[in-house]
Design a binder for this molecule. Structure first.
Ligand code: SIN
Length: 549
């Protein structure tokens, strides 16, 4: 059961979303690449992205304006250099993707001007301009398919599907002295239940987000915070995890699990409304922000939460009845048809929505080149925190980051590769050691702990926080983590166990980060410190694993 295969590649990419596949395509120019995908290669957060890619593509827009909107949304926590670097790289990255075969909706296709081949640009919360390039409302799928097709055709890239990374192989964890080096990773092949050892000169973590830490999320089931948890265990720095973004508008219906109603719907004129006691739909966003329904996401999610609590409502409504059925079918074909499946016609019926956990703005601390500080270890996409999103990500900036940062990683790796290979410590890398127990009575603990974590994270560490709630969450996670560590090494490693261990680690990091930020800023709102503290602007919350050697 416990036989190990050893595989050696120049580069190991963990994660097969936009950031992972773009990294793979870039690094394949320098050597052999392995891409690990926890499930099927197209099962990623990128695939689910609806809105699009924010990018300066129009004469009426400027880099300065996009930078400004990003910084305002980021509430004093963005790092200006990386914001400028990514935004300036945007158009070139987009053109490259288009050259690889990605198609984005044109104005002609939207019927603005029948023959116009300029891109149709959408608008989302916090953007003062139309700048979101999109492929209808399935932009992520278009990007994922394009990148995946290219990776599959590239003879330097091997994609391992149904391989769940368990832990990074780092020299410090092996007890080796000197600087910390990442030498690869252990991964469970869930096709065969064998743990394999992947050895690499450079590893890129691109595992996406951690929405599954919360009971309600827009994320796919894979989003269990694996990258942050593995990096933490490997002694990387984890920053700003208190800034967890809640998307304001997830479809609210008993038969539908986590379906996003894109912010782009508000960009085309949808208004947020709540039902009063007499069942009339009333606008409310003008009471919260001058940009009303198109205010930055943190403000909109908190406003909805507040309105629902104030009125005892189960949901609020998105009203896009101002647009024609013809337009909505063209602009939002996927959302239109999902709504139709539950008997709603967007052109005639207001859509019931609620907020849900959506995007982790914190993550593994990296420099502008995606370097984590551990030799040979890089991070890109949602798993990383390079200062682009600050305390609140501007809508549709994440796909832009996922396409640009791999290019910075590629340049950095190209410059340092010889050195990394020359200085890399060598020694015996042991196989993964797993327990043998498979007692089904005990397995109930895994599902129980999963449910418990997700429930208290939602109730105590969600949109509205207080010291008391955070302390309660801390007490619970401490016990659960102890319990998990106790049986983790006794039981034969399974995907459920790997994910539970990761989600519990990430949940504790989120709680600790939230407890240590004694102010409210961006996505982090604590009623015991309801205001911003100007002294804490730009001050990162850093969580490090204590050294035990
Ligand atoms: C959306 O389409 O509303 C999501 C876009 C994003 O999260 O950036």
């Amino acid at each position: 059961m416990n036989k190990t295969t050893r595989l050696t590649f120049d580069f190991l990419i963990i994660g097969s979303g936009g950031a992972g596949l773009t990294s793979a395509l870039k690094l394949a120019k320098l050597g052999k690449v392995a891409v690990l995908s926890k499930r099927e290669a197209d099962n990623s957060n990128t695939t689910k992205a609806q809105g699009g890619i924010a990018c300066v593509m129009d004469d009426k827009d400027t880099y300065k304006d996009h930078v400004e909107d990003t910084l305002v949304a980021g509430a004093g926590m963005c790092k200006k250099n990386i914001v400028k670097k990514i935004i300036k790289k945007g158009p070139a990255s987009l053109k490259e993707l288009i050259k690889l075969g990605a198609h984005f909706t044109t104005r002609g296709e939207m019927g603005d001007d029948r023959h116009c081949e300029d891109y149709h640009l959408g608008r989302e919360g916090g953007h003062h301009k139309r700048r979101v390039l999109h492929a209808g409302d399935i932009t992520g799928t278009e990007i994922q398919d394009t990148l995946l097709r290219q990776c599959r055709e590239n003879e330097n890239i091997t994609i391992f599907e149904n391989y769940a990374a368990i832990d990074l192989i780092c020299s410090w964890r092996l007890g080796w002295l000197g600087e910390n080096y990442c030498l690869g990773a252990y991964a469970l092949d869930t096709n065969t239940n064998k743990v394999n050892t992947f050895i690499s000169s450079v590893t890129v973590l691109a595992t996406g987000g951690a929405g599954k830490a919360y009971l309600y999320t827009s994320n796919p089931d894979i989003a269990c915070g694996a990258g942050v948890a593995m990096a933490y265990r490997a002694y990387a720095k984890i920053v700003n995890m208190e800034f967890f973004q809640f998307h304001p508008t997830i479809l609210y219906h008993p038969d539908v699990k986590s379906f996003l109603i894109s912010e782009a719907v508000r960009g085309e004129g949808a208004l947020l409304k709540i039902k009063d006691k007499r069942g009339r739909l009333i606008k409310f966003m003008h009471r919260y922000h001058e940009m009303k329904s198109l205010a930055p996401r943190d403000i909109v999610a908190r406003a909805i939460d507040n309105e629902m609590k104030r009125t005892g409502s189960e949901c609020v409504y998105l009203d896009i009845r101002s647009q024609s059925e013809d337009f909505l079918k063209k602009r939002f074909p996927n959302i239109f048809s999902e709504c139709q499946k539950i008997g709603l016609n967007m052109a005639k019926d207001p859509i019931p929505v609620v907020p849900a956990a959506h995007y982790c703005c914190g993550g593994i601390k990296t420099d502008e080149n995606g370097f984590t500080g551990i030799n040979g270890l890089y991070a890109a996409g949602e798993v990383a925190c390079n200062g682009f999103h600050g305390a609140n990500r501007l809508a549709s900036n994440s796909l832009l980051e996922a396409l640009c940062v791999p290019k910075f990683i590629y340049s950095d790796v190209k410059n340092k590769l010889k050195e990394i290979i020359a200085d890399r410590p060598s020694g015996n890398i042991p196989d993964w050691k797993t327990g043998e127990a498979t007692d089904s009575d005990e397995l109930v603990v895994i599902s129980h702990n999963w449910d418990e974590i997700r429930r208290f994270m939602w109730d105590y560490v969600g949109i509205f926080r207080t010291n008391k709630r955070l302390e309660r969450a801390k007490a619970r996670i401490r016990n659960i983590r102890k319990e998990i560590e106790k049986y983790y090494w006794d039981f034969y490693v399974t995907l459920d166990l790997i994910e539970l261990r990761n989600i519990s680690t990430v949940a504790e990091i989120i709680i600790d980060s939230a407890l240590s930020r004694k102010e409210s800023r961006g996505l982090h709102f604590n009623a015991d410190y309801p205001d911003k503290n100007s002294k804490l602007a730009s001050v990162d919350t850093e969580i490090n694993r204590p050294h035990t050697f």
